[in-house]
Design a protein. Structure first.
Length: 330
């Protein structure tokens, strides 16, 4: 669990809608609801996992936190400050506290800059150190992520995918952030390299007292690094609980389906594992179901409310295990 119960980041009823189509008068006629009324908290020095299928809105949340996207509605409260009420100039002062580690280590680094310059750039921009101290800081960060100091003059194309991601992590650490949004940081890497990068993130979290929002497709990846896990589907948060509680006692049908798809190495456990196959495709976020977002693919006997009313996400156990499902609150 988190080191303490002091809230670092609080998201309240956060939404992000993108206009897909406008009429002759410039008014939106089609709106994509990428994130729709999502709320959760992240505690200091906690690793919060956010999982779900492609297009469920998890990356959009990460980009709103990093000020890449402006929210359509809702609040982002960082260290007690509502970032939405700040001017753009005031908001920039908080940008260095929230950094991104991108999914694609090949596209996220400037191919025309050496890795030393890539890591030094945010230090220059934020004027964190005198010029004569930046080189020392770059070499220190390279060592922290497992790269040799003599590699600072090499270019990104001279490194493997795993090494490039280490450079991306070092760049994020350069401005001494409090929160790092890890946007599927290992999904583009080989399986053998994934474990190395995950272990590195765990070590850095302890060394620098970091807080993570760790975004991933599968529950098997976030299990290694996260303290609590939230499950998203079609722009909505469906379930949220402490890691072991969620893995051992999942409540939402979608979470159960995700867990059933996780590979199992032990042959004995594999024989006893029930595979849940979801039928149909994910509905369009432009025209989501009127009731529960998962109602069109739910394999559990539905209630009348499932097709008519979107369930609120509430603590159904009294143990901070939140779920958005009508059947769980009968």
């Amino acid at each position: 669990m988190a080191v303490n119960n002091e809230v670092l980041l609080e998201i309240n009823h956060l939404s992000k809608h993108f206009t897909v189509e406008k009429n002759f008068f410039g008014k939106p006629t089609k709106v994509l609801k990428a994130v729709d009324d999502v709320s959760f908290k992240i505690y200091k020095q906690e690793a919060f996992g956010l999982v779900g299928e492609s297009g469920c809105g998890k990356t959009t949340i990460g980009k709103m936190l990093a000020n890449v996207y402006a929210p359509t509605s809702g609040e982002i409260i960082y260290n007690g400050v509502d970032l939405g009420k700040l001017s753009q100039k005031e908001r920039r002062a908080y940008c260095k506290d929230i950094q991104l580690v991108f999914q694609d280590p090949y596209a996220s680094l400037n191919p025309r800059m050496t890795i030393g310059d890539i890591i030094a750039e945010p230090i220059h921009i934020n004027k964190l150190l005198p010029a004569h101290e930046i080189e020392k800081r770059v070499l220190y960060l390279l060592n922290c992520v497992g790269l040799a100091s003599h590699q600072r003059n090499r270019y990104p194309h001279e490194f493997s995918g795993g090494q490039r991601q280490r450079v991306g992590i070092a760049r994020a650490l350069a401005v001494e952030p409090k929160l790092i949004v890890c946007d599927e940081p290992v999904s583009a890497l080989d399986v053998s390299i994934q474990a190395q990068v995950l272990n590195l993130l765990v070590d850095l979290k302890e060394e620098f007292g970091l807080t993570y929002l760790f975004i991933a497709h599968g529950l098997n990846v976030v299990k290694h690094i996260s303290d609590r896990v939230g499950v998203m589907y079609l722009g909505k948060l469906q379930e949220l609980a402490e890691k072991h509680e969620l893995y051992d006692h999942p409540l939402h049908p979608y979470t159960k389906a995700l867990l059933s798809s996780t590979p199992v190495i032990d042959p004995k456990l594999k024989r006893n594992k029930e595979r849940i196959l979801l039928k149909g495709d994910v509905p369009s976020p432009i025209n989501p179901p009127q009731g529960c977002r998962f109602s069109t693919r739910c394999y559990v006997g539905k209630l009348e409310a499932c097709d008519k009313q979107c369930p609120e996400i509430i603590d159904v156990t009294g143990n901070k295990h939140y779920v958005a499902c009508h059947k769980q609150v009968q």
